[in-house]
Design a protein around this ligand. Structure first.
Ligand SMILES: *[C@@H]1O[C@H](CO)[C@@H](O)[C@H](O)[C@H]1NC(C)=O
Ligand SMILES: *[C@@H]1O[C@H](CO)[C@@H](O)[C@H](O)[C@H]1NC(C)=O
Ligand SMILES: *[C@@H]1O[C@H](CO)[C@@H](O)[C@H](O)[C@H]1NC(C)=O
Ligand SMILES: *[C@@H]1O[C@H](CO)[C@@H](O)[C@H](O)[C@H]1NC(C)=O
Ligand SMILES: *[C@@H]1O[C@H](CO)[C@@H](O)[C@H](O)[C@H]1NC(C)=O
Length: 834
């Protein structure tokens, strides 16, 4: 039975009180129609979005469209209804009829939703309403008596929503793809011309139509029906970074592949700024973020940067590397003549057919974008390389395999097999941790055998020496504490770093004489030495501290993974009975605190130098957080851990407390709070939760100290419990920021730069971690004098007055500002968790 007519009767006859038509209509009900004109629109809850008629900005033609745009950015259209059938006049009527939203040009139908009604009897009475939600979604839903609830309605209660029919762009968290609920797969389709023509262009972007039936969904950009670009690997959530070369947590693409949906959405780290992901008229995906200051949309990421991203540029069984096509190992160009003359589309073919039983082996190809997964199969739960390999060998049609590592969220994990040709493989310059094992049948050559023998021989020697070392150290440490026993593992892991001889180092530092002592760090004493004519700094971990061993291992493990001009470089290490030494490059000008807080020295740091130091530290930290192979949070950033090279280049040191974060892990709870009071973020010292934003806090304190020349810690003692942060914040609010600047600085022309630094510092020390910017943004703000910035919220500990002096159990030497102290031993405290 069809209830359709009954419904429409009910809609028309029921009366809703909430739809008075004004220039700011909120809800369209089924009882009236809305005459749209350029100044008569539907406004979203929260007034972020607006729906109405528009004419493209640069269009000279009288073509009018029903669209949604950011209310404050009228020229930025996020959705178009009648893209292929414009109105010829800025006059249209919007109404709800027969269970659908209709757009009429006078009396002719221009556009409508396409809801087929299969309603249940119980719904008969409630009328329909259409409204624009705060997230930019235009929805058609049943008017429930409890209309306040509609924000929390699950998607399924919408009869229709514009989010299921995107135009050429996505808003953050809007899902693109297939859902069982909608029964369809949404794709983006470009405008014909981004400036003046929203009609359907030739490019589209989304999951291919078979994705919901496949083990591994894939997203493509198409030109017409040919793929031109493939997003990979789509095995769970993954991230792309800015700059493009560094994966990071800036821009996140999240994929969901379940029985109910195969979708993807993006999110942008800075939730306060407006952002969209757009398929532009030339088929490129752009991340656009609104620059709040100049009201321009900045392109912060694009989907294609080099030719290797072109779909299957080099043809089958090849890979693209730095824009050059290569055949996979065991393959040769199919058409050598064309290949050498630059036409690579034919790709490569096997030199020898596969033997299919024994004789086949797998050649690893590292750092790749995995081949097109259209014909790949996924074997869940098989995570071991040899099992995956065995399975592939056992099936003659399997041509390659890979183990896909478990990624964050509901990511997948297992063994992927490819059959047939391998398409669209590229190598990355950056480390993406993806290895493809390509099956090939190599003829055994004597040379190969020799190499195998040789490498086996070398391998055996290495293994034996490792075992020997292990045994020796084991024996030596048999009497030592149990805690030390895991050191050998570190030793094995870090063979690439020189293991230095204790005697040599001892001689280099004049047997650790007091005259060579540079200072005392967190877990040991630092000495200066000369090794082979080069100055070195040697950190000798204290013998009595059992904890030092963990810090030692930690530092070794971390520091060998990172390399950056603003991070101190480890040259080697040494293990000898109870002695653990770390050997670093020696930095002439020692640490920042020696300059900053010393009346006699601080004049040596004029503003340009301070500014360069600030930028250097920011870059080093940004690298640790976002651009290093693993995300590292330092956890103990302070002036004494910033060393200065001869030319005053700052280098972050002391990774004893740093921690590796897994990708996607935002925050960890630690059972042990380590760090330095005065630089510790509130969430860390109170809750024990730590994230990259805690480092940002420490950086902010450091920055304010650099500008003011005052120590945060100690400032409170001398100033009735008001912390330096609160002091600076209050002055900032009063507009008296010039008062807090280090009087030794001669500002003249650079006062705007200094003001900017204060501003950035205050943003970094905001109480709520989520308010603080991430380090790449800080770098951007520092280098670009035009980057717009929000006003800071109150800093950490603001409400707590003299918390700084209360919280710290040990009062250290730095009780008054501007006193030099060579070390902050006592300030590095360890508090066991509650
Ligand atoms: C739009 O419609 C209104 C009322 O229907 C009419 O008064 C007005 O002249 C129309 N404007 C244009 C440009 O056609
Ligand atoms: C509306 O939906 C029906 C059935 O799902 C489909 O056949 C038709 O093409 C759709 N029309 C439009 C304009 O989308
Ligand atoms: C699309 O985006 C790319 C990358 O940002 C840009 O080079 C190109 O000009 C854009 N195309 C249009 C039509 O704006
Ligand atoms: C997948 O298999 C089909 C049928 O054999 C073939 O036409 C297609 O090219 C294959 N796709 C890939 C990416 O190998
Ligand atoms: C080999 O793999 C193909 C593709 O995954 C599959 O269709 C076929 O059944 C497998 N054959 C055997 C013997 O397992």
């Amino acid at each position: 039975m069809n209830f359709f007519h009954i419904f429409s009767f009910v809609f028309i006859s029921s009366i809703l009180g909430c739809a008075a038509i004004s220039s700011e209509t909120k809800v369209l009900s089924s009882t009236e129609s809305l005459s749209l004109s350029p100044n008569r629109n539907i406004v979203s809850h929260g007034a972020v979005f607006e729906l109405g008629l528009f004419k493209p900005d640069h269009s000279s033609l009288e073509r009018w469209y029903l669209g949604i745009w950011f209310k404050t950015e009228k020229t930025y259209i996020v959705w178009v209804a009648n893209r292929d059938k414009p109105l010829s006049k800025p006059n249209g009527t919007l109404q709800i009829k027969n269970g659908n939203i209709l757009l009429l040009d006078q009396t002719t139908l221009v556009w409508s939703t396409n809801v087929t009604t299969t309603e249940k009897k119980s719904d008969e009475r409630s009328p329909l309403v259409a409204e624009l939600h705060a997230d930019g979604n235009f929805v058609l839903r049943r008017h429930s008596s409890n209309s306040n609830d509609h924000h929390h309605d699950p998607d399924s209660t919408f009869l229709w929503q514009s989010f299921d029919f995107p135009t050429n762009l996505l808003l953050p968290y809007t899902k693109l793809g297939w859902t069982r609920r909608s029964g369809r797969s949404s794709v983006l389709r470009s405008w014909k011309n981004d400036h003046n023509d929203p009609s359907s262009g030739e490019f589209s972007f989304g999951f291919d139509s078979a994705s919901q039936f496949r083990a591994i969904p894939a997203i493509f950009t198409w030109k017409g029906t040919s793929p031109i670009n493939r997003f990979s690997p789509w095995l769970g959530a993954f991230t792309y970074g800015i700059p493009r070369e560094s994966p990071s947590r800036y821009l996140t693409f999240t994929l969901t592949a379940t029985k109910e949906e195969v979708t993807f959405f993006f999110s942008w780290a800075d939730k306060t700024s407006k952002s969209v992901l757009k398929l532009n008229a030339t088929g490129v995906i752009q991340l656009l973020v609104l620059n709040a200051k100049n009201r321009r949309w900045d392109t912060l990421w694009t989907s294609t940067t080099d030719r290797c991203e072109d779909y299957s540029l080099c043809g089958p069984d090849s890979y693209c590397d730095k824009e050059v096509c290569n055949c996979m190992s065991g393959f040769e160009p199919k058409n050598p003549h064309a290949w050498t003359s630059g036409n690579r589309r034919d790709g490569c073919v096997r030199k020898r057919p596969l033997s299919c039983n024994n004789g086949d082996k797998f050649i690893p190809l590292s750092n790749v974008k995995y081949p097109d997964t259209s014909n790949a199969s996924m074997h869940w739960g098989i995570e071991k390389l040899n099992e995956c390999e065995k399975l592939c060998l056992s099936n003659c049609s399997c041509t390659a395999f890979a183990i896909v590592a478990k990624q964050v969220g509901n990511g997948l994990s297992g063994c992927v097999h490819w059959t047939g040709e391998l398409l669209d493989v590229r190598r990355y310059v950056i480390n993406v941790n993806q290895i493809l094992y390509v099956r090939s049948h190599e003829k055994k050559k004597p040379k190969t055998v020799l190499i195998v023998c040789l490498s086996t021989g070398v391998g055996i020697i290495i293994i034996f020496s490792a075992i020997f070392c292990y045994w020796r150290i084991k024996k030596k440490q048999a009497r030592a504490r149990a805690a030390a026993s895991s050191i050998e593992i570190t030793l094995m892991e870090n063979l690439e770093l020189p293991l230095m001889d204790f005697e040599t180092i001892s001689i280099a530092t004049k047997h650790f004489s007091d005259s060579n002592k540079l200072g005392k760090g967190g877990f040991g004493v630092v000495y200066k030495g000369i090794l082979d004519g080069q100055d070195i700094a040697v950190k000798r971990l204290s013998r009595i501290s059992g904890q030092g061993i963990n810090e030692f291992k930690n530092e070794l493990r971390l520091i060998t993974k990172v390399k950056h001009v603003n991070l101190v470089q480890l040259l080697g290490y040494c293990l000898n009975r109870d002695e653990k030494l770390l050997i670093y490059e020696y930095l002439e000008n020692r640490s920042l605190d020696l300059y900053l807080f010393d009346k006699n020295q601080s004049s040596a740091l004029n503003w340009p130098k301070r500014f360069e130091i600030t930028k250097g530290i920011a870059r080093g930290l940004s690298y640790l957080h976002h651009d290093s192979p693993t995300m590292i949070v330092h956890r103990d950033l302070k002036p004494s851990n910033v060393l200065l090279a001869k030319d005053m280049t700052p280098k972050i040191s002391d990774f004893g407390m740093a921690r590796i974060f897994n990708r996607g892990e935002n925050e960890v709870e630690t059972t042990k709070v380590v760090g330095t009071y005065g630089y510790m973020s509130p969430e860390y010292s109170f809750d024990g939760t730590y994230s990259e934003k805690s480092d940002v806090f420490s950086f902010g304190v450091l920055m304010l100290e650099i500008v003011t020349g005052m120590r945060n810690r100690g400032f409170a003692d001398a100033n009735n419990g008001i912390s330096l942060l609160t002091h600076v914040f209050n002055k900032w609010k009063e507009g008296e920021w010039a008062d807090v600047i280090d009087p030794i600085l001669d500002l003249n022309s650079s006062s705007q730069e200094v003001k900017r630094c204060l501003h950035i510092g205050l943003l970094c020390v905001q109480d709520r971690a989520e308010d603080r910017p991430i380090m790449p943004s800080v770098v951007l703000m520092l280098v670009s004098q035009t980057e717009s910035m929000l006003q800071p919220n109150p800093p950490g500990y603001y409400a707590l007055g003299n918390v700084l002096s209360n919280v710290a159990p040990t009062s250290n030497t730095a009780s008054t500002s501007k006193t030099a102290s060579t070390s902050n031993v006592a300030s590095t405290v360890t508090v066991e968790a509650r």
